[in-house]
Design a protein around this ligand. Structure first.
Ligand code: AMP
Length: 281
């Protein structure tokens, strides 16, 4: 495995792969790799000749009061984990490499970035689309692998690649969970023991909601009310949002039907956790 820090050197390796007609699978990450990331990497490994991952904690997707500085950066461990998965190249750019002096451009996907996580994290998705747009242009992958855990991000990035004609296939992989159901996240390590223990209520509430809907409940308001009560009763978490939305457009649904995403964001102290479930009625 090669650790590459500059765009120029990455591009020259990629040119060689392309000259040999090799397919490239790409997994963008912010590091602090866990089994969720590794599942994406393994799928990419199975499906492509070459696997490239990026590790870049992107300052543009963090708000001024968010956890950019405290975000975990276990560089040595990440390199070891990537090596074990037979990653070909880990792209590890500096901030200066990604945003050199004079950088002025951004990518903005409209509308769907203003709701849910976008409503509480203004500018977040513009940061995400800008960095992933750049990474796609640098890596020129055949396939990019994303996790379902970040449901809104998958919709936004699919929209961006379609709207801007990026020649890449976007594949979404299921959320990988801890044994007790908590969605794996680089942020889980910041939870206190009590927060960690009670955070399991998030997935439980999603599962209970899905069960009730499949049993016939169609009122999104009633579902959200009962999820809210369950989370508030069983954890110290402060709910940012709970929403039932159309899985493709992210528009809220009152009467549940079609392809539905139930999605939530809850803060445990300063740690903001997200989770979702998608199903068809
Ligand atoms: P991050 O490093 O958090 O920016 O995540 C990088 C990629 O890994 C994104 O596509 C995430 O959706 C995905 N990912 C993060 N956590 C999980 C998980 N628990 N299961 C599946 N994919 C995940």
């Amino acid at each position: 495995m090669r650790i590459v820090k500059s765009v120029q050197s990455l591009r020259s390796s990629i040119k060689k792969y392309k000259d040999q007609n090799k397919t490239i699978g790409f997994v963008p990450t912010m590091g602090a790799l866990h089994e969720g990331h590794l599942a994406l990497i393994r799928k990419s490994r199975r499906e492509n000749d070459i696997v490239i991952i990026s590790v870049f904690v992107n300052p543009k997707q963090f708000g001024p009061k968010e956890d950019f500085n405290s975000y975990s950066r276990p560089e040595k461990k990440d390199i070891l984990l990537a090596k074990n998965e037979k990653v070909d190249i880990i792209f590890y750019p500096s901030e200066k490499e990604m945003y050199p002096t004079g950088f002025l451009t951004s990518i903005n996907v409209e509308g769907i970035t203003d709701v849910l996580c976008g409503a509480s994290r203004p500018g977040h998705f513009q940061g995400v689309t800008t960095v992933v747009g750049k990474l796609i242009n640098i890596v020129t992958p055949d396939v990019m692998y994303l996790g379902q855990k970040d449901a809104q991000q998958t919709i936004v990035l699919k929209r961006m690649t379609a709207d801007l004609n990026f020649p890449v296939t976007v594949k979404i992989c299921p959320t990988v969970r801890e044994a007790d159901g908590l969605a794996m996240s680089s942020r889980n390590r910041h939870l206190t023991a009590r927060q960690r223990e009670t955070a399991t209520v998030l997935y439980k509430s999603l599962k209970n909601a899905k069960k009730r809907i499949l049993a016939g409940e169609r009122s999104s308001a009633r579902i959200i009310r009962s999820m809210r009560a369950e989370i508030e009763k069983n954890s110290p978490g402060k709910i940012d949002y709970i929403a039932c939305v159309n899985a493709d457009s992210l528009t809220p649904i009152k009467q549940l039907k079609g392809k539905v995403t139930i999605t939530l964001a809850v803060k445990f102290g300063r740690t903001r956790l997200i989770d979702n479930t998608i199903f068809r009625i």
